[in-house]
Ligand binder design. Sequence first.
Ligand code: SF4
Length: 424
Amino acid sequence: MTTTLQEAPKTAVDSSSANESIAHLTPKNSEMLAMGLLVIQPSPFCNINCDYCYLPNRTDTRRMDFAVLEKVMDKVWSSGLVQSPFSLLWHAGEPLAVPISWYEQAFEIINRYPKASEYVIHSVQTNGTLITDKWCDFLKQHHVEVGISIDGPREIHDHHRKTRSGEGTFDKAMRGMECLKRNGVSFGVVTVISDISVDRPDEMYEFYREHDITGIGFNIEEVEGANTSSSLGKSGGHARIRSFLKRFYERNKADGFPLNVREFQNAERNILEPGWCSRPDGEYYNQEADPFGMVNVDCFGNFSSFSPELLGQPTEKYGSFSFGNLLSGSLFDATRNDSFRQVLSDIESGNRKCAETCEFYRYCGGASPSNKYYENGTFDSTETHQCISTVKIPMQIVLEDLENELGITEKVSPLMEKPRPAGH
Ligand code: SF4
């Protein structure tokens, strides 16, 4: 895929403050891009101190000014990128460390924009330790989707997820989760699989069942930002991850699949519904690799696109991945930014290599640029631990199971498509 500059299309929503028309990055042979995810950092601060965290400024307690939020919304709404409902994720720091009163005002500002109540789907990713009945009332009232980070049973969770004084956070996180349940707030759990849990799939499976946790996403501990090494980066890591996921899948299958595991659900959908996530030009839609598919804004109005983990990370080649500031400029400023152009060109080059060499490209679109950068030193690269763990292994496990069910024994699976030759 090569990205070209085109004139700005009309935005689907009309903003009273939108007097600015921006040109637009549009992939060749494709319909116009739309923003699928807007990540806003209300504050960099986090009240706990997990040892695998990638955020560099998590002791900084400053908050986003409402004047900054207004500018962010003005610029987003007038950008032409709001074409359909999108997720607004309050993240990067612990979002619930900012008081409810701040969000009440923030939501009031956002709801001033035309069709905001239809187009904005709020979500939070929280460590769960600050959840109260009052928070539950607020989350319910505004239909906020909730992701809570819990790594497993106490000993496993507390191994990495600690307070600044070194205490485990399991009790507080579980109390928060129980509070969500008691108040009827639905949620999903995100679990980081690390050295401490990867060899314990049965214990992990039983933990979710015992606590009625039904929606799970596994993040395999990654090398990213301030977290410069992974406990699973050692030799044998992939075999251990495969064995964890396989056992977990088998336990879930034996019980009739009571748990919805994001990685297996994606794999199953990719296999059984090819094209479900395709762009009009036939490419797999990878929001993280598309310019403006994701827009990430820190609490000072600096913004980036692509993987949210990149924003604010200091690098020699690309600076801090800040492509402009929405207080003084527009989202289109990014297209004139050398760092943005270099990132985009390197991501596209890496994805072309993926398309030529990897049979999974049609099911992942090149996966996460930030993992390519942090693991391989450049976006212009292919395989990472992250894509092996979250794309390849889950697809192989699901495929193997489906083929067994269907009695398919060929060595080359007819369910998988081959990589396309270069230039196609
Ligand atoms: S699975 Fe990995 S190597 Fe294969 S296409 Fe996706 S990112 Fe590239």
